[in-house]
Design a protein around this ligand. Structure first.
Ligand code: KG4
Ligand code: ZN
Length: 387
């Protein structure tokens, strides 16, 4: 059934989509109409993983299993729609934790089968890259009336055809717990990775050093708070990869330096609450300094070669919520005449299904037919799916 599903023009522009994401440690379901978020439910598992200092796959799977149905039902209820009204169902196929992905995919297949809806497979990193394009639901939006005849929708719901194609190429910046990439977005579905981490992701490095400081899991948001009260010049960290000509990142050296520093402070009995603030501030600054250094290098290189001058940068991923990172990026990009765009609210930076629904909407509009529809039975998780 799903391969033969044809979207008419109006549903293409304003698709009503239910999306599911269970790629890591959040169980999420969301409904979008056009690019507007009607509901976005995120059930976090951080309490469960806290004692382990990281995500424990078996427990993640179990928690997804317990939460998935109530989360979907709540997303549908908040959106004020029923399953029969949906144009499509979307689900994250990867990248992510295989046992976790499986739960969302099974649910999506089951619902698509039951309600005879097309099922759209979405890449989680692509969704982070496009998350700036989500729109807040207008208060004037009465879903019931609008769905009867999707007329006049363009005034209150931003449609897909009115979107950002003329801006391409756009510089995509994705920094999360699993990914850190500089991406050239040539068009929807057409991406070129310009640089990426060769070891830890930015969020992962912050989480690991935060764990060494006893800040729990995930530690990166705690580091952000502590850093505001600490002295970022108190401890010196190296600037990695300065002799390497590419635009890749590496956090293993900084992590080792932080480990050594913390051990030394412990040994000297100097790991006071003030020192923890100062280590947080100094380490966070070092992490972002490396990222900005490589970004500058990339932009200068592009300018020298006269290739693709970006006018916009789209920022996504859990670390994108960090205010210092946003400030550093904004400053650096401004000097290259590039405008930084961030998602309309912070919770859209972290894992959420609204960005999965949005990306599915772009696929309905822009993907080649054979890329869009997937035979249910063959749909399987892709834990290492590259954009
Ligand atoms: O995108 P995301 O929710 O999940 C992945 O796809 O990985 O990103 C999670 C990462 C974690 O490492 C988390 O500690 C980090 O984003 N994070 C932050 C902040 N909030 C979450 N990092 C820095 N500052 C924050 N405020
Ligand atoms: Zn993510």
């Amino acid at each position: 059934m799903s391969e033969n599903f044809i979207f008419n023009n109006i549903t293409k522009k304003f698709p009503l989509i239910l999306a599911i994401d269970t790629s890591c440690d959040e169980t999420s379901a969301a409904v979008t109409l056009g690019r507007a978020v009607l509901s976005n439910v995120v059930a976090s598992q951080t309490n469960i993983h806290q004692p382990y200092g990281g995500v424990y796959p078996t427990l993640a799977k179990q928690a997804h299993q317990e939460k998935i149905q109530p989360v979907i039902n709540l997303a549908m209820k908040r959106a004020g729609i029923d399953f029969a009204q949906l144009d499509a169902i979307a689900v994250t196929l990867g990248p992510g934790l295989a046992p976790a992905l499986e739960i969302g995919i099974d649910q999506a297949k089951r619902l698509a089968q039951e309600w005879q809806k097309p099922l759209i497979a979405v890449n989680h990193v692509e969704a982070h890259l496009l998350s700036v394009l989500l729109k807040r639901k207008s208060n004037n939006l009465s879903i019931k009336n609008l769905l009867i005849k999707r007329k006049g929708l363009s005034e209150i719901v931003i449609n897909y055809s009115k979107s950002s194609s003329s801006l391409f190429p756009v510089l995509g910046l994705v920094f999360s717990g699993g990914h850190s990439q500089f991406v050239q977005i040539n068009n929807f579905g057409n991406y070129k990775i310009l640089g990426e981490t060769i070891d830890d992701a930015v969020g992962e490095a912050l989480d690991k050093v935060g764990r060494m400081l006893g800040l729990g899991y995930p530690a990166a948001p705690v580091i952000e708070k502590l850093a505001q009260q600490g002295n970022s010049n108190k401890f010196k960290f190296p600037l990695p990869m300065t002799t390497v000509d590419d635009f890749n990142l590496s956090y293993s050296g900084l992590k080792t330096a932080a480990h050594r520093l913390i051990k030394q402070l412990e040994l000297e009995k100097k790991l006071s609450s003030q020192t923890i603030l100062d280590v947080s501030a100094s380490f966070q600054q070092a992490v972002f300094r490396h990222l900005i250094y490589k970004l500058e290098k990339l932009l200068k290189n592009q300018e020298q070669r006269g290739v693709s001058s970006f006018t916009q940068a789209w920022l996504g991923g859990g670390v994108a919520a960090n205010i210092s990172l946003r400030q550093d990026l904004r400053k650096s990009l401004k000097s290259h005449h590039i405008k930084l765009r961030t998602p309309f609210e912070k919770r859209l930076c972290g894992d959420n299904a609204a960005m999965i629904a949005l990306t599915a909407g772009y696929k309905i509009n822009y993907a080649e037919k054979n890329q869009l529809q997937t035979e249910f039975k063959n749909l399987d998780r892709k834990p290492n799916w590259q954009i």
